[in-house]
Design a binder for this molecule. Structure first.
Ligand SMILES: Cc1ncc(C[n+]2csc(CCOP(=O)(O)OP(=O)(O)O)c2C)c(N)n1
Length: 491
């Protein structure tokens, strides 16, 4: 049987488990898009390709799957660039497929001819052009593996029209085994590194955890929470990974963040870059005398740490956190940090009281913080919040908590205006995909807090959410109700 390059793109995507893509149709991608739809994939069309890349970004973050976007040649693909660059700076696995003018006419002034590969290369983790139709399945496989491996990131595959239109004997096509998230490599920390970290934990007095999206890409939120509860160490997250542990957890002292960072004598940086988002984990925001432990799946991150690491470990967050929890058993008691927690809790309480008074401001025109309070009180625990803008980002950060991992999207590390609507679109599509894959279930009970502290303010104000310490009630992304496992693996 004869297949075209376009058929091969669609079939390769389908075999890789792709069932959704975001796009604006156009030459030379029309037959890729038609073949994808014919195979039962869902095509969500937008009005500007930037939105396709951003919707794919939100979709990827919510489901921990590659988010696919497609664009026509020339301006269609150049319109993707800001969305793809945003994904690059935000380390998100967006797979961008761009049609391009025929390779055989390169340099002859073909319709919409421009060097798309050169433009996309600096804002992607990996990029390539298909030169031979029969190798398209290999390139699609490579694109998805590159996007999803290690520190995730966007990739770009350039698809010239003549390669898409070429006819290939199916017998000559080798289909790779599809990428399987369950078989991803999960490097462990060495025993010596785990011992070194356990020693630091056992002698610290004011440790603090700063966790990031790496924890969520690793599906390690349950392991993070287990580690926090086993050791009694206060935790903070980056804005994008808020909700990794529900923010009414007894060891979450959101508004005491500045004090926690300034006074901590041991900083555990887990699965996040030491970039401006966390003040490079350096003075003046962080204690200059603190010891620093860093765990990251990317050796480049460890190598480029902006301050000296006492222990820097290249490891998968899920595995390393489980190792640490085990190593801490019997050596690091939550009691050790009781005074530290008391200090942060006291400060958090008084700041929340102050803040609540400001949030109730009934001046006209309405103050942004009042708007945030109305939203906060309206939102269910499992609402996905997309925040655009600059000022509202700051106000929202102070005023609106997050209780579920992956339920907060914002303009991210690149600070890109215009993410709000396409993120909302991608998030909604992710939820609908989820609903097709299973029913909702209530979550399991939350593990007991070893420090014996009651969950905090947000629950106090929201008694309808259940007994103190209950897990959030329903979760649209967790039909099996078991926290770290999402239905995405099935499709
Ligand atoms: C794509 C893009 N264009 C421009 C900017 C520069 N910029 C940063 S904040 C801002 C204004 C945001 O105003 P508004 O949308 O009213 O949000 P608010 O600050 O009130 O939350 C602009 C234009 C940007 N970050 N991204």
């Amino acid at each position: 049987m004869t297949l075209t390059g376009s058929d091969l793109v669609a079939q390769a995507l389908r075999r890789q488990g792709v069932d959704t893509f975001f796009y604006i149709m156009g030459a030379p991608m029309l037959s890729v898009e038609a073949a994808s739809l014919a195979l039962g994939m869902r095509g969500i069309d937008v009005r500007h390709e930037q939105a396709a890349a951003m919707a794919a970004h939100a979709y990827a973050r919510l489901l921990n799957r590659p988010g696919i976007c497609m664009a026509a040649s020339g301006p269609g693909t150049t319109n993707l660039i800001t969305g793809v660059a945003h994904a690059f700076v935000d380390c998100t696995p967006v797979v961008a497929l761009g049609g391009s003018s025929p390779a055989a006419l390169s340099g002859h002034g073909a319709f919409q001819e421009i060097d798309q590969l050169a433009m996309l290369a600096p804002c992607t983790k990996w990029s390539a052009r298909a030169h031979h139709a029969e190798r398209i399945p290999e390139l699609v496989d490579r694109a998805i593996r590159e996007a999803m491996s290690g520190k995730p990131g966007p990739v770009y595959l350039d698809l010239p029209g003549d390669v898409l239109f070429a006819a290939v004997d199916e017998a000559r096509v080798a289909w790779p085994d599809p990428w399987d998230p369950a078989r991803r490599p999960r490097p462990a920390a060495s025993g010596a590194d785990i011992e070194a970290i356990a020693d630091l934990l056992a002698t610290a007095e004011k440790p603090v955890i700063v966790a990031g999206m790496g924890v969520l890409w690793s599906d390690a939120e349950a392991e993070l929470q287990a580690f926090v509860e086993a050791t009694g160490i206060p935790f903070y997250t980056t804005p994008q990974s808020r909700g990794a542990i529900p923010e009414d957890h007894a060891l979450c002292y959101l508004t005491a963040r500045a004090t926690a960072f300034r006074e901590a004598d041991l900083i555990l940086v887990l699965g996040t870059r030491m970039n401006y988002i966390i003040g490079h984990a350096s003075p003046p925001r962080f204690n200059a005398a603190a010891k620093v432990v860093r765990i990251d799946i990317d050796p480049g991150e460890i190598a480029t740490s902006p301050r000296r690491l006492d222990v820097g470990v290249v490891a998968d967050a899920k595995v390393a956190l489980a190792q640490l929890t085990l190593a801490a058993r019997g050596r690091v008691s939550p009691d050790r940090f009781a005074a530290w927690r008391d200090r942060l809790r006291g400060q958090n309480r008084s700041k929340l009281d102050e803040q609540e008074a400001i949030l109730g401001n009934d001046a006209t025109p309405i103050h942004p913080l009042r708007l945030c309070r109305e939203l906060r009180d309206f939102m269910a625990r499992d609402t996905i919040l997309c925040v655009d803008g600059q000022e509202i980002l700051n106000y929202g950060r102070q005023a609106i908590p997050t209780f579920e991992p992956r339920h907060r999207l914002n303009s991210g590390t690149f600070g890109t205006m215009g993410v709000g609507l396409p993120f909302g679109l991608g998030a909604k599509v992710a939820c609908l995909r989820h609903e097709r894959h299973g029913a909702r279930h209530a979550g399991p009970p939350q593990a007991a807090d070893p420090s014996g502290h009651q969950p905090q303010r947000w629950l106090d104000r929201r008694p309808e959410e259940g007994a103190a310490g209950a897990r959030p009630r329903l979760h649209p992304l967790r039909p099996d109700g078991r926290g770290a496992r999402l239905p995405r693996r099935t499709g």
